[in-house]
Design a protein around this ligand. Structure first.
Ligand SMILES: Cc1cc2nc3c(=O)[nH]c(=O)nc-3n(C[C@H](O)[C@H](O)[C@H](O)COP(=O)(O)O)c2cc1C
Length: 421
């Protein structure tokens, strides 16, 4: 397998450049003296997901980084593989945001202001910009970047006609490549039976996915909430109801902290707060677990179908993305990471992911997608495996444990068992 992958990197010997030497060194001495060209050694990051071609798997996650024309244009010009715009609904006048609406958690003693930001809570709602304006901007963007992927994130109330109208209006612009359905916003919207209120109720979800898939003519990804006991249940329902993909996770319901001077919760709006959505580095391990469960379920129950998995949660490094892909993700979304590091982050993510791929001689994303998934099992199975391994190690233990173990019949064999040559 490895040699097959390796074959696609092989080229005829080329001049000795530092990059070539570095790469040859990594491959070790037993590669039949073949050298690797620095150019051919660059692993291919491009992916095709539900028929959508992207230069790399990095996608702007729905939120502030995809909230208007200016910032989405910036995302494309910096090289993001795709952009998922901020969630839109039919009537933006019902969406009223407050400020401040973010609060951060820092590492270090008592959340020292110099500590690294590890957690981010928001109480931001979906887009408060008129649908008409957003659609005009989508259109303009697609005219300027026709070969780039722009995904509309949509959300509506529990009302078939409203969903149909929203899908119709977005599709009529003729510009969107896919829909991501926000079944997962944990705050504000559930009060209107939107977002997580649908994603947490499999009966509602099945019905709403049915409406959406009967109407939409482009791929549909269902975005999952982690605020549920078993995330595979809504993921399964969405796929069975015809969605082409699942995206996970949206933010985790949280209370980020209480200000110990004022005794008021954060983020504090006129002295009060409300639980919000947690994101950034701290959620990455939780997102890995959720993505792993969904990927296992998809592999077992939907094998062979052209379905996709978009992983989200705490990505700031190429290695964070590598972990998601090793679990089976086709694409990797980033939201808070862009808010902290800017749009140029995609360049670092791409080069770090390529470094990881070079280290393992992977030439494409498919070379390692899902490669770690089969190494998750139950605790009971871990115990059985460990007992078996101990038994095997004992059985192969060389020599006698004690002089009292010498026997007359097996004396020659027992002697040989302790000879070194
Ligand atoms: C300020 C903020 C606003 C967000 N708004 C949306 C939204 O409108 N629609 C949506 O589907 N997800 C929204 N999200 C969730 C993100 O897309 C993402 O699922 C989550 O933050 C985890 O990824 P991250 O750690 O990369 O931010 C928002 C997240 C943040 C931080």
């Amino acid at each position: 397998m490895e040699s097959l992958r390796f074959a696609s990197h092989i080229s005829t010997p080329v001049a000795d450049s530092p990059a070539t030497r570095r790469f040859s060194r990594r491959l070790g001495p037993n590669r039949a003296g073949l050298r690797i060209s620095a150019q051919a050694a660059e692993p291919d990051l491009s992916v095709t997901v539900n028929g959508l071609k992207m230069p790399n798997p990095f996608v702007i996650g729905s939120g502030p980084p995809g909230t208007n024309y200016t910032v989405m244009k910036r995302a494309f010009s910096e090289g993001w593989g795709a952009v998922i715009a901020k969630t839109v609904s039919l009537d933006a006048s019902k969406v009223v945001n407050v400020t401040p609406r973010y609060a951060r958690l820092r590492a270090g003693a008592n959340g020292s202001p110099k500590g690294q930001i590890i957690g981010w809570q928001n109480i931001e709602l979906i887009s408060d910009r008129p649908l008409e304006t957003m659609l005009k901007e989508f259109k303009q963007l697609k005219e300027e970047y026709p070969d780039r992927i722009l995904i509309a994130s949509i959300m509506e109330e529990y009302n078939k006609a409203a969903w149909e109208e929203l899908i119709d209006r977005v599709e009529q612009t003729g510009i969107q490549d896919a829909f991501e359905i926000n079944f997962s916003c944990p705050h504000g919207m559930p009060e209107r039976r939107m977002g997580a209120a649908v994603g947490q109720d499999c009966a509602l979800l099945e019905e709403v996915c049915g409406w959406i898939n009967a109407k939409a003519t482009v791929p549909v990804w269902a975005k999952m909430t982690p605020n549920i006991t078993d995330i595979t249940q809504p993921a399964r329902v969405s796929l069975e109801a015809g969605c082409e993909g699942v995206a996970a996770i949206n933010t985790i319901m949280s209370v980020i902290g209480i200000n110990l001077d004022t005794l008021r919760p954060e983020p504090c709006v006129e002295g009060y707060s409300t639980p919000g959505g947690y994101s950034a580095k701290a959620v990455h391990p939780i997102a890995l677990a959720k993505v792993m469960s969904i990927a296992q379920m998809m592999k077992k129950e939907f094998a062979g179908k052209d379905l996709s998995l978009s992983a989200i949660g705490g990505v700031e490094k190429g290695n964070d993305a590598a972990e998601f892909i090793l679990l089976g993700a086709n694409t990797v979304q980033v939201c808070t990471g862009v808010m902290m590091h800017g749009y140029g982050l995609v360049k670092t993510l791409c080069s770090e992911l390529q470094e990881f791929m070079k280290k393992h001689n992977f030439s494409s994303i498919e070379d390692f997608r899902g490669a770690s998934l089969d190494y998750f099992t139950t605790h009971m199975d871990l115990v059985a495996r460990q007992q078996e391994a101990i038994r095997e190690r004992k059985a192969t233990k060389k020599g006698l444990q004690s002089d009292r173990d010498w026997t007359g019949d097996g004396f020659v064999k027992e002697s040989e068992s302790m000879v070194s040559n």
